[in-house]
Design a protein around this ligand. Structure first.
Ligand SMILES: Nc1ncnc2c1ncn2[C@@H]1O[C@H](COP(=O)(O)OP(=O)(O)OP(=O)(O)O)[C@@H](O)[C@H]1O
Ligand SMILES: [Mg+2]
Length: 272
């Protein structure tokens, strides 16, 4: 049996680079020869659009219909559900229909584990499954954390994310204690960095000092560059859009760091 790793990309703060990081790390891993699936788990459907399915509301099958099939005890038709992107990554797409998921789950037994149960049969087919989370710590994110082996946390470098991180780590802790004791933190990746400013440099140092004791903070920092958003709009990864750009090199380095799999410098109970 294949050893699949499921990674939820999470931060309840909006616009910190979750979707961009999910897309480019996932495709970075494909470029290294791994079989990778992305689950778009955000009703905004940004990742689905970034991979070129702009009119995602028209999709007949989506993560929402997958969850409905599970809730209604229907077989999930994975072949119709999973889309294949030209850069060889697979995608379970999302659209606005996922927005009322919380309500639909009210009467479901073990509702926190709905996504986990849906993707379990796919662990056999992929080396990595990424879940792109919405900017909240609600039921969607709890489902993603319950389904995951690891959490990857993108943070912006413009300011200190102290309070938001505490809340996020408390949620991870709670899921560890109550639902998914195997959940680990892959690490923190700093994104959208304007490396020419002193404030960014000092924030980077502070993030390493304050979080680096308990959690891995990746060496690679993703710089802020318009090529990153242009790539998303074009429906391609940064490697296909601007292979020699600084952002492409950074995401390639981050991907390599991720597979290096060093000792996880993390206490059983994560605290700050
Ligand atoms: N390295 C970068 N340089 C410049 N722009 C970037 C970079 N990374 C992401 N962006 C842009 O910043 C915006 C937010 O990025 P992204 O959508 O990845 O964040 P997010 O955390 O997924 O947001 P949300 O919380 O809404 O899901 C997008 O317009 C994206 O194209
Ligand atoms: Mg997003």
């Amino acid at each position: 049996m294949r050893k699949c790793k499921v990674i939820a990309v999470t931060n309840q703060k909006g616009g910190v680079g979750k979707t961009t990081t999910t897309e480019n790390v996932a495709i970075g891993l494909v470029r290294q020869g791994f079989d990778v699936l992305i689950v778009d788990f955000d009703p905004q459907g940004d990742l689905t659009s970034c991979l070129g399915w702009k009119n995602n509301d028209a999709l007949e099958h989506s993560v929402s219909s997958m969850l409905d099939d599970y809730i209604n005890d229907n077989d999930i038709d994975y072949d119709s559900l999973i889309l294949h992107h030209e850069e060889d990554v697979d995608l379970i797409p999302a659209n606005i229909e996922l927005a009322d998921f919380e309500m639909r789950l009210v009467s479901v037994i073990n509702r926190e584990q709905t996504l986990s149960n849906c993707i379990e049969p796919l662990r056999d087919k992929y080396d990595y499954i990424f879940i792109d989370c919405p900017p909240s710590l609600g039921m969607l994110t709890v489902n993603a954390l319950s389904a995951a082996d690891e959490v990857l946390i993108p943070v912006q470098t413009q300011y200190l994310p102290a309070k938001g991180m505490t809340k996020l780590l408390q949620t991870v802790n709670k899921v560890q204690r109550k639902i998914n004791s195997n959940l680990k933190i892959t690490g923190i990746v700093m994104t959208l960095a304007d490396l020419n400013t002193n404030i960014t440099k000092s924030t980077i140092d502070t993030i390493r000092e304050s979080f680096g004791k308990n959690i891995r903070v990746f060496d690679t920092i993703i710089p802020k560059a318009t090529k990153a958003s242009e790539a998303s709009i074009s429906g391609k990864s940064i490697y296909a859009y601007a292979k020699d750009s600084k952002v492409a090199v950074a995401y390639d380095n981050l991907t390599k760091e991720l597979v290096k799999n060093p000792k996880i410098r993390q206490k059983d109970e994560i605290s700050l």
